[in-house]
Unconditional design. Sequence first.
Length: 91
Amino acid sequence: MKIRIRYSGPLIHFTGKRREEIVLPEQTTAMGVIRSLSRLYGPRFRGLFYRDSRRLESFFVIMRNGEVCEDYDRVLANDDEITFVAEFAGG
């Protein structure tokens, strides 16, 4: 399935992109997206989401289709959009 990703803050620096589309297996969750992107972009990218090797402590609000993602283990649908909004982004 195809998932659209939007980046903000330091993730733009790590990826060199503001947006991208990735293809992932069916039944992928938001956590699966983070794991896939961490493999793609490396340990510094992963460090922005995990305090240690297992516990998620993201510096980002993770949104799914414009709404705050409350359940990172909920299966995504084809063409969903995941947005990572830096918590320190002001307004």
